[in-house]
Write a protein of this length. Structure first.
Lengths: 341, 341
DNA sequence: CTGAAAGCGCTTACAG
DNA sequence: CTGAAAGCGCTTACAG
């Protein structure tokens, strides 16, 4: 199918292709008159610049890569929708790159993508945002990147996050206010830096309230439903001392814990309160609906894409990298209630 | 960052760039000796062909576009993972393009993508796979496309599907075997062609079993959790005659129906059986676990990408378009049981 | 089986 | 404010 090129536009508008290029790219220094003539020709011919040619000739590819490695579909989808929303407004496109960060070929995948496609920027979501190999490779190549919810070493790159600690503190406070004293905590995936912070928030508030954190009440999950189920078993199986509430580092594991409780005849929240983290769509779906923390995932991804496209990723003169902090929100539903007795 | 080009490789291997191009693209007609010399140089320099240059000079962009408009994250993610799996093997990349097919600018989005990025092929998933405007525009441009689960007009394009009718028949049979006679059916999104077929399968088996399909037992949903909730209300509110089982056109609505049942003290499956369609991750998560149909979504997307990359989308001499049929599977869990009384 | 050369559709110094 | 021209890194007839 024949498509209008920059030459066709130039001819129709009676200018050189240079001028067309300036207009199409929104550069200043073109007279109003000329600009209008060009825009008219563009519209009439339905001209759209060829990305490959642009990328080859110029410094931009108009492509943003999104690397993700997160087993939760709702998270992945929300990130993507947010990033695409921004890309659309700016005429960029999004390359979806699922990464298995457990595999060593993260390195090769990334090298491939960078040298072959030359994206203008990269968004890294957990667990990739804490992946040393990935960051090293990207930095060596010099492509700008912004991390979403980095777990550590924040100064290393531009990033967008919410206060994981604050959110965990808020939830813990909520449980304590309901009268819970023995609270079990289900940790997230060990490589997910942000979930260490969630644990920290939990611990801080417990200690501030004068409540000891029993090591038996701290169990290691991996964000999966199954691990939530298993952790609940560990927490609830010791009859002598069992928690009256479980705070899980994400919703998926909270659902697993809930499923365990159901199977063993515990009713929620009268026997056991359960709280999650994420506000995934299933949080509203389960029975009873889950008390959780709303993460502004869509907005975080949107902000990340924006920083990239605006070129706002370099450190300022004092060496500080740009970052954006978005707000979380405690969502109280029916899965948490007053402590029994 | 300086990167090796085809000239660097040619120089190092002592051949012309033409030869390098042939080798890199796996063309025949290069002597074993030359081929090896080139491959060695490629490896030593870490050469990776630039996609923009390739796309501009040649006929291929090595890009596949995935258009989707489906509110269910697990569906979207599965499709994407399947498509990416195939793309990776073949050195293609996936452009993620969420489409709001209710909006009229579907047309412009697609035109933009096609003329600007020149993808080598397009995958359409519901509801885009039944979108007339989208198909017209793509056909006008001449880009190969394959539809996943097209609802109608199958001959129009290459496609991959599973037997929606057969799956619905199987599920309906399952319910009848459990003794259910009054079965409510929750229809899917009206623009989702495949869900018309699910209704057809349901109707067929009901009639074959000599059971009338009460029009009051057919309610219109839109695939959302909320609509499932509302439909359950409609079905269960008439006290005189209420179904003993509900067959929902997707899992999400089945979960909504389940939530309604819970809120109104109906226990599942002893008072009411509920069946879904999809086998989404939440089907295992809810309580009780949901009886459903497993759709091979990942595999369907993988097959679609494969057809595109293999160039197997044109009609054969007799005019038949290629298509692939994958198998569904009935997954019986605890949400369906013997009919009450 | 392999070379030399044109050309894909842009951007961007270099002039004016 | 605008032109003429080089060049980005490939593919692909055209020759041999």
């Amino acid at each position: 199918v024949p498509v209008a090129t920059i030459f066709d536009v130039a001819e129709r508008a009676g200018v050189s292709i240079k001028t067309v290029s300036l207009v199409v790219n929104g550069q200043p220094n073109v007279s109003m008159k000329t600009r209008e003539r060009v825009m008219k020709a563009v519209a009439e011919l339905g001209y759209r610049p060829n990305y490959s040619a642009r990328s080859l000739a110029g410094a931009r590819s108009f492509l943003i890569g999104l690397f993700y490695d997160n087993p939760i579909p709702s998270y992945v989808t929300a990130v993507q929708m947010g990033a695409v929303a921004c890309c659309r407004r700016r005429n960029y496109h999004l390359l979806a790159e699922p990464i298995d960060s457990s595999i060593e070929d993260v390195d090769m995948h990334i090298a491939n993508l960078l040298t072959a496609l030359r994206p203008d920027g990269l968004i890294l979501t957990p667990l990739v945002s804490d992946n040393e190999i990935a960051m090293k490779r990207i930095e060596a190549f010099g492509t700008p990147y912004v991390r979403i919810a980095p777990g550590a070493d924040r100064a290393r790159s531009a990033h967008v996050l919410m206060s994981e600690i604050g959110a965990a503190e808020t939830m813990t406070q909520h449980l304590i206010e309901l009268g819970h004293r023995k609270i079990g905590f289900v940790k997230g995936h060990p490589q997910h830096g942000a979930s260490h912070q969630r644990l920290e928030g939990f611990t801080r508030v417990m200690q501030a309230a004068g409540l000891s954190v029993d090591p038996d009440f701290l169990v290691q999950g991996d964000f999966s439903f199954q691990s939530g189920f298993d952790c609940a078993e560990k927490l609830l199986t010791a009859k002598s001392k069992r928690p009256t509430a479980i705070f899980s580092s994400n919703d998926e594991m909270a659902l697993g814990a809930m499923s365990y409780a159901h199977r063993h005849g515990l009713s929620i929240p009268s026997d056991l309160s359960i709280a999650g983290f994420d506000d995934s769509p299933s949080a509203k779906v389960v029975w009873p609906p889950l008390t959780t923390i709303r993460q502004p995932i869509f907005e975080m991804a949107e902000a990340a894409a924006e920083m990239l496209i605006d070129g706002k990723t370099d450190p300022d003169p004092t060496g500080v990298r740009p970052f954006r902090v978005l707000d979380f929100q405690l969502i109280v539903r029916d899965s948490t209630g007053p402590a029994p007795r």
